[in-house]
Design a protein around this ligand. Structure first.
Ligand code: SF4
Length: 367
């Protein structure tokens, strides 16, 4: 795996910077402002994306702010330039979902992923702009999805991983009715400066318990556990070297104004005296396909690729991780060419160790 691929597997789009919630751990700098993406930005992105989608599976992920805060009419106008082969996804806090939004998802073939952190008492960080709890509103949105028979994914943020929590979480999501679950340990990035270092044994025990809960009833595609098991199986059959892509997926994020930030949506909207605004170009001036062809010349991207090589040379977990996320390095270390971060310890190293701990604890006596 060397350098960036010229064609991504998906594009992240920011239809508005606005979010109607004000979660305590949010990384977004402009979530109180409604800066909407003009339709020409979507048209410019679609001009590159439609040929990619014609050649194979391709997704557009509408991310925010809160993407539904852009309103149905505007979101429909942004979706319109994309061809029929493009799969659309929204990452939403679900608080605005009602019957009309469900009809919209059906009409436009939009797949929904809901951000919810588990049972009510685990959602203390999810608050409205007035500071009130958002949980009941989130659940109302989920109830609308279920009423309309719409399948949905869930994404949970865990602030304090440790034993005892994972089973509760997994059982909650079984009841909630999602078919895919991602679990993120809270990250220190963007405007969220909260410390994300945790005791290694606690985090490993959290992941080990999550694997055990999932194995008891594997009805949900549990993203992190499935990644780890796929890697462990590849190590055992000698094919682990084939798991990482030959080139890094650039995962372009197109900001509301058309600026393109590769690799980490979390960097979009930030500026730094050394790195400028992190963008690799703007789709209103340059086709996305051309921006991506030259994205590895963006100064910070070159520094990040040096960091990936440092990981490759030094970290036994590289084959699983592939070198981590640019935003975590930047927000934890102030630069891109470091190696281990608290994020990669929490979400890669201790995840894999948790899966192995579970496997050791459940070895059959004959083995
Ligand atoms: S686990 Fe951390 S140190 Fe290891 S390859 Fe990934 S980012 Fe680099």
């Amino acid at each position: 795996m060397r350098g960036l691929a010229a064609v991504p597997s998906y594009v992240v789009m920011q239809p508005t910077t606005l979010c109607n919630l004000d979660c305590a751990y949010c990384y977004l700098p402009f979530r109180a402002a409604d800066r909407r993406m003009p339709v020409p930005v979507a048209e410019a992105v679609a001009a590159s994306v439609n040929p990619w989608a014609a050649a194979g599976r391709f997704s557009v992920v509408w991310h925010g702010g809160e993407p539904l805060a852009a309103g149905r009419e505007h979101l429909a106008a942004l979706i319109a330039p994309f061809g029929p082969g493009v799969e659309h996804h929204v990452q939403t806090n679900a608080t605005l979902i009602d019957d009309a939004w469900c009809a919209f998802f059906v009409e436009h073939g939009v797949r929904v992923s809901v951000s919810v952190d588990g049972p009510r008492e685990r959602n203390g960080d999810r608050v409205t702009r007035g500071g009130g709890p958002a949980y009941d509103r989130i659940l109302r949105g989920v109830a609308a999805l279920r009423r309309h028979g719409l399948p949905f994914s869930a994404l949970a943020v865990v602030g304090r991983p440790g034993p005892g929590l994972a089973t509760e979480l997994y059982d909650y999501f079984l009841d909630l009715g999602c078919d895919v679950l991602g679990v993120n340990i809270e990250e220190t990035e963007g405007v969220n400066l909260r410390d994300n270092s945790h005791d290694a044994r606690q985090v490993t025990a959290f992941w080990a318990e999550l694997v055990a809960a999932w194995r008891r009833e594997p009805r949900i595609h549990l993203r992190e556990v499935e990644w780890s098991l796929r890697y462990a199986a590849a190590v055992l059959d000698g094919s682990a070297d084939d798991l990482l892509p030959r080139r890094l997926d650039p995962i372009p994020t197109v900001g509301h104004d058309g600026s393109v930030t590769v690799l980490s949506p979390e960097l979009a909207g930030f500026t730094d005296v050394r790195y400028g605004d992190f963008s690799s170009g703007n789709v209103l001036a340059t086709p996305l396909v051309e921006i991506l062809a030259h994205a590895d010349r963006t100064p910070w991207v070159g520094e990040f690729l040096a960091g990936v090589e440092a990981c490759r040379a030094s970290c036994p977990y590289f084959g699983f991780c592939g070198g981590g996320h640019a935003a975590n390095r930047y927000f934890e270390q102030g630069r891109f060419d470091g190696t281990q971060t608290a994020h990669c310890r929490n979400s890669k190293i201790h995840l894999l160790e948790g899966v192995l701990e579970h496997a050791r604890d459940h070895q059959s006596p004959a083995s």
